[in-house]
Design a protein around this ligand. Structure first.
Ligand SMILES: Nc1ncnc2c1ncn2[C@@H]1O[C@H](COP(=O)(O)OP(=O)(O)OP(=O)(O)O)[C@@H](O)[C@H]1O
Ligand SMILES: [Mg+2]
Length: 267
């Protein structure tokens, strides 16, 4: 059962923290996205990234997206840092009267997949007009621990809930042709234009940075979802993207074949 007009938004760690300063939030970024969410008037699920909280300890203790046997102190320190960041985010959303419902990914994911009960729980919350909020987590597995990134959580939620749109917020205006971020952003990204893209992952990001995010973006656009990359420090752009208006940013358009299939389902 699809939730009509559902939008998923990723609060990028690059927006809500200062990625180059360990354990430092960017309250302006948290505030900008919270303000936009409070005004959107559509059903929303929020996921936030780790920025200089999660990625800091994850990289310090050698945690990555591949399960491995690591010092378990790193597991608890990374998770604790994420909880601290999450509390700041949730409190700020609450300040804007967004009725949040905080969920730990660990509780509703089996590895990289959203569990059946998790999917039902999220649908129920959204139907009650609550805004579920999740964040990147450290997960146990048979082969050790791995990081489930906020981007992968977005991917799994989108495949299960089939939202109308997914909005990734970044600390830049969108996707640039090259990592020096000079000149114009690419207003629309296609598989063809993406071939010429240059992306760097200089900041501390153990989960693949923008390149991994764009791969997820194409998977979701193939699946019939519009995917936006917008500057999270600009509340009016975030709001525009949430409402489905054309706004400054980079869009990966939903494949038309899948859109037609979706429209057919709705009839
Ligand atoms: N070609 C490019 N166009 C735009 N941004 C780029 C490009 N190449 C590299 N980047 C960098 O990618 C970053 C965004 O990806 P990154 O994974 O670091 O952030 P995030 O996903 O918001 O953080 P987190 O993983 O903590 O949630 C931007 O801060 C930008 O500096
Ligand atoms: Mg990232």
């Amino acid at each position: 059962l699809e939730i009509e007009n559902l939008v998923l938004i990723k609060m990028g760690g690059s927006v809500i923290t200062q990625k180059d300063k360990p354990l430092t939030a960017n309250l302006e970024g948290i505030d900008a996205i919270s303000a936009a969410i409070s005004k959107a008037g559509v059903p929303i699920v929020v996921v936030h990234g780790g920025g200089s909280y999660g990625h800091y300890f994850a990289s310090k203790y050698g945690l990555s997206t591949v399960p491995s046997l690591v010092n378990i102190a790193g597991v608890s320190k990374t998770r604790l840092a994420m909880m601290e960041l999450d509390l700041l985010v949730v409190q700020n959303l609450e300040k804007y009267s967004v009725p949040v419902y905080q969920i730990q990914a660990y509780d509703i994911f089996d590895d990289f997949r959203l569990s059946h009960s998790g999917r039902k729980r999220i649908s129920r919350l959204v139907n009650e007009n609550l805004v579920p909020i999740l964040y990147g987590d450290v997960m146990p597995s048979n082969n050790g621990f791995f990081v489930l990134s906020g981007d992968r959580i977005i991917e799994a939620l989108a495949l299960a809930l089939r939202p109308k749109r997914v909005v990734f917020t970044l600390d830049v205006d969108g996707v640039y042709p090259s990592p020096d971020k000079r000149g114009e952003i690419l207003h629309e990204l296609t598989r063809v234009s993406a071939k010429k893209l240059e992306i760097s992952n200089k900041s501390v990001d153990v989960t693949g940075g923008l390149a991994a995010k764009i791969r997820i973006g194409f998977k979701l656009s193939d699946y019939g979802v519009d995917v936006w990359f917008v500057n999270g420090l600009k509340p009016e752009r975030v709001l525009g993207a949430l409402k489905g208006e054309t706004t400054e940013g980079t869009v990966l358009r939903a494949s038309t074949r899948m859109q037609i299939a979706r429209a057919g389902q709705a009839i």
